[in-house]
Design a protein around this ligand. Structure first.
Ligand SMILES: Cc1cc2nc3c(=O)[nH]c(=O)nc-3n(C[C@H](O)[C@H](O)[C@H](O)COP(=O)(O)OP(=O)(O)OC[C@H]3O[C@@H](n4cnc5c(N)ncnc54)[C@H](O)[C@@H]3O)c2cc1C
Length: 351
């Protein structure tokens, strides 16, 4: 009998499997490629909501768990994953500069917002009011992480690469059975795929489609992440990721002409360099009505769990939420109320 079955190998499933392994638990992960969020993600981590100059939810605690988590993974997979990069918020006006200083004075934001306005030294960027620098930021190469971790689990013999068929799952009080596997517990980390999961359909997962472009610009030579109405994220080799869009109706992973045009229009407001678009991708962020993760135990089946709702901040939240869930299951430690699915228990009763 296995300790765990894990369904889904995006950022959430990867974090959970890795923590299981670090605790010496046996598991098999079953995953397909129906969801793409973790593969296409910009990979940025930054502790501040730059639109509103507010701290991101529990960002400090998340950084403390996520950074060592990725560092250990880098060593294990012998692959560079975490690129520490400054994120520069472009100011559109003097008023925005003032707002930045006011925000930087607030105790919760003080550690994360630099008080030195950075002047623009790149002639190919239009930024007459300069930039504010966010501290403790970077980019995790999520696609490389998933490829390496998939290969690692494949080699270890604990990966099944096909679609989980909910009809074949049998849940008993002390075990779950699926095809040839029996495990003590099952954890669903399916991203937006949760919509197909009969055990958790009552949860208010919305899903927000996002699209990103990759551009090549030999002349731009920018080393920082630039945040204006879109992000420009340097990838090396003269490549930059540009994104992202937010769309609430379309739930497909198909890139659209309209989003491409939207991104390019926003980019052209402040980018003066020549470039060509070399890639265009799309995925669905697992977003939740109250913008908090969906983590915890099924209301009736004590060995069925969910790890979801990472929204647009999966890089920082995944290791943190996985850690919380595993502690909760193995040590009985309480889950924080604002991420525990217990908060939707009423919805389950009504469903
Ligand atoms: C365009 C875009 C840009 C983004 N940029 C950033 C960013 O810069 N920084 C950041 O922190 N976050 C970013 N995000 C958000 C981030 O991608 C998500 O928060 C995160 O990837 C969600 O991870 P997940 O593992 O929960 O879900 P997913 O990545 O969707 O993974 C779920 C996995 O489960 C599998 N699965 C689903 N159903 C089944 C089934 N029935 N059987 C088998 N397998 C199944 C899926 O195929 C998939 O492999 C971005 C998202 C998008 C779309």
């Amino acid at each position: 009998m296995l300790d765990y079955l894990v369904v889904g190998l995006g950022l959430a499933g990867t974090a959970f499997c890795e923590l299981l392994e670090r605790q010496g638990k046996s598991f098999v992960c079953i995953t397909d490629r129906s969801q793409q969020a973790s593969v296409v993600a910009g990979g940025l981590y930054n502790p501040v909501v730059l639109k509103r100059f507010t701290p991101a939810w529990r960002a400090q605690e998340q950084l403390q768990i996520a950074l060592p988590f990725y560092e250990q993974l880098e060593q294990k997979l012998e692959t560079k994953l975490d690129y520490k990069l400054p994120v520069l918020r472009r100011f559109a006006s003097i008023e925005e500069q003032n707002n930045w200083f006011q925000a930087a004075d607030r105790p919760q934001l003080q550690p994360f917002l630099s008080l030195n306005i950075r002047e623009n030294h790149n002639p190919l960027l239009d930024a007459p009011f300069g930039f504010g620098e966010v501290l403790y930021t970077g980019r995790v190469a999520t696609k490389i992480l998933l490829e390496s971790y998939t290969a690692y689990l494949r080699e270890k013999g604990c990966l099944q690469e096909n679609t989980f068929d909910y009809g074949n799952l049998e849940v008993a009080p002390d075990r779950v059975s699926y095809q040839t596997f029996t495990a003590r517990k099952i954890v669903f980390a399916c991203g937006f795929g949760l919509k197909e999961n009969p055990y958790f359909q009552y949860l208010p997962l919305n899903g927000t489609k996002g699209e990103l472009l990759t551009i090549k610009s030999p002349e731009l030579k920018e080393k920082n992440v630039i945040k204006s109405s879109v992000f420009i994220i340097p990838l090396g080799n003269e490549l930059y990721r540009v994104g992202a869009t937010y769309k609430w109706k379309d739930k497909t992973n198909t890139p659209t002409e309209a989003s491409r045009n939207e991104l390019l229009q926003k980019l052209d407001v402040f980018l003066k360099a020549d470039y060509e678009v070399v890639a265009h991708v799309a995925g669905i962020r697992p977003t939740v009505t109250d913008r908090r993760p969906l983590v915890g135990r099924h209301p009736e089946h004590s060995n069925v769990f969910v790890l979801n709702g990472l929204g647009s901040r999966g890089v920082l939240i995944a290791p943190y939420a996985a850690h919380q869930l595993l502690q909760h299951i193995e040590q009985g430690s309480g889950l924080q109320g604002d991420m525990d699915i217990e908060r939707f228990a009423k919805k389950y009763m009504q469903a």
